[in-house]
Write a protein that binds this ligand. Structure first.
Ligand SMILES: [Mg+2]
Length: 254
């Protein structure tokens, strides 16, 4: 996935995931990362379909603990990387205030300590009273109010900004690209996840992004990636296909 010329730019050594040494490509642009929560870091729709709630008992959760453990490992890898490359990391959700922390505590306890270093924003709680029944506007205005001041502050310091977002809905993708009008020169890196993933499908999508993290980080131009899950009737396996301009890569997901 990485081009030969980009590999030659590798010059900054850094630590990712504890003892594992990674070589991070140089990129002097400031990254600000914004992540969705439901169906982007937590497979909320799937858990809901399976009847799991914040009140579920340990016995009810037992069949899902193995898969949730795999997901947590990948979420920790992604969040640790995002915190390392970003000036600031946001989780901006359309869920109500407190849902991210409560659902993390319930379903992904190992991820919880990382939330201390992340700004968790409920777009719904901030904007529902002004834009009732309009979740597109909640996200849009939350993106504007949180991200534009960061970009302007960096511009005042003569730094170029990359806004990096991951989310499963078109809302987030549209909202992040709309900021180009108000922040001329900003670089947008967007990864749209597949909707309504199972726990393992979400885990594989995060793994795919993590495996290509150097590509995403090192780009100095807009990135607009979409992950899709394709069911093959002849097989019990699904495929996650990542479509990149002029490039395409496929990874299997169980
Ligand atoms: Mg979502």
């Amino acid at each position: 996935m990485q081009e030969a010329s980009e590999k030659e730019d590798f010059s900054l050594h850094n630590k990712i995931e504890g003892s594992q040494t990674q070589i991070i490509p140089l990129n002097d642009n400031v990254h600000i990362t914004v992540l969705d929560w439901d169906d982007t870091l937590l497979a909320s729709t799937y858990l809901d379909l399976k009847g799991l709630t914040l009140s579920s008992t340990a016995e009810e959760m037992k069949p899902f603990l193995g898969e949730l453990d795999l997901l947590q490992t990948q979420v920790i890898a992604i969040l640790s990387w995002a915190l390392k490359i970003s000036l600031k990391v946001f989780v901006i959700t359309n869920a109500e205030n407190g849902w991210v922390q409560k659902s993390c505590d319930k379903f992904m306890l190992r991820v919880l300590p990382l939330l201390k270093n992340i700004s968790v924003v409920s777009a719904r709680s901030l904007y529902e009273s002004r834009y009732e029944d309009d979740p597109i506007s909640w996200k849009f205005y939350a993106f504007k109010s949180e991200l534009i001041p960061c970009v302007k502050m960096q511009r005042a310091l003569k730094k170029k900004c990359c806004l990096f977002q991951m989310g499963d809905a078109d809302i987030e993708r549209n909202a992040i690209f709309s900021l180009k009008k108000e922040c001329p020169g900003v670089i947008i890196k967007s990864i749209k996840f597949a909707t309504k993933p199972t726990i393992l499908q979400l885990e594989r999508q995060l793994q795919l992004v993590f495996n290509h993290r150097d590509y995403v980080y090192s780009r100095k131009e807009d990135v607009d990636l979409m992950l899709t899950i394709t069911n093959h009737s002849a097989s019990t396996q699904n495929n996650i296909s990542e479509h990149i301009p002029n490039k395409e890569i496929t990874a299997s997901a169980s």
